[in-house]
Design a protein around this ligand. Sequence first.
Ligand code: ASP
Length: 334
Amino acid sequence: MPDRRLPVIAVLATGGTIAGAQADTASHAYQAGALGVERLLDAVPGLAQLAEIQAEQVASVGSQNMTYAVWATLAQRIDSLCQDSSVDGIVVTHGTDTLEETAYFLSLVIRHDKPLVLVGAMRPATAPGADGPANLFHAVALAGCEAARGRGPLVVMNEDIHYAREVQKVACAGVNAFASPNRGRAGMMRGTHAQFFSRNDTVYGTASEFSIEMLNAVTWPRVDVVHAGVDMGSDLIDFLATKAQGLVLAGVGDGNATDIAMRALQRAAAQGVAVVRASRTGTGRVGRNVEVDDDAAGFIAAGELSPQKARILLMLGLLVSANPTELQAFFDRY
Ligand code: ASP
């Protein structure tokens, strides 16, 4: 039988529960990002038969502490690995809290087709039944798969494959914490085999006007999210409008809020703050001019993006334009 070359996979570690360690295995308490990448790889059975691994520690943080600075470093590193023809695929290990944000950010700025897979774990590495080794095994297998090429960043958790734009952490505990509520998961891992159910029909970095270069030497625009609820007032919005370049409403239902909050958002828009209406419901599509007159108010509708993803797109969008019509075009596209 001819020798089959193993794929070369770069594993970039950033921390998270997948690298978490407990002082006592009987306890729920643990520290995220405590273990280095070599320890994570050593815990995965059969990895040496699956791929030739190049491991790098990019950061060691709980992803609640992910920063734009780490994003910039990570994106640069991924970009150069994408240009390195000796590397077949890339895996990023990441905490689960903001994994969907990093995946979506990378989907907007990485302009390559090489397989890129993000992975985390819900149980720390030292826990009985830790899910990290199986998830990492699947991530490396997926990154070495030709079928993963040209789909933008993928997320693999608990044997499910998700597209970056769709994926959400939908539970704060349990190994089945990730879903793609709007369009469904992209596929499933069966051992080392990736079975895709659909093409990625959303636009990602290869066709986007965003790039890593535009992040250099700029202050990232400040965009805040305000959460709507019963009897919501206007003070917080009025205050944030003096601080932020963009506001995202995590609105009730179809991106809605009390009349008083809506008037405050309209004031903010009139003074040049970009205002995006998203929904706190977790699924669905916020469209223009349904219950709210977006044209008159100068608002942008988030479409299918969650408030946290709308925040990222608005931040990048504001580096290109402050015009609500142009910003709306980004939301219609990405
Ligand atoms: N707080 C952790 C993190 O996001 C949770 C996890 O990884 O599951 O880093």
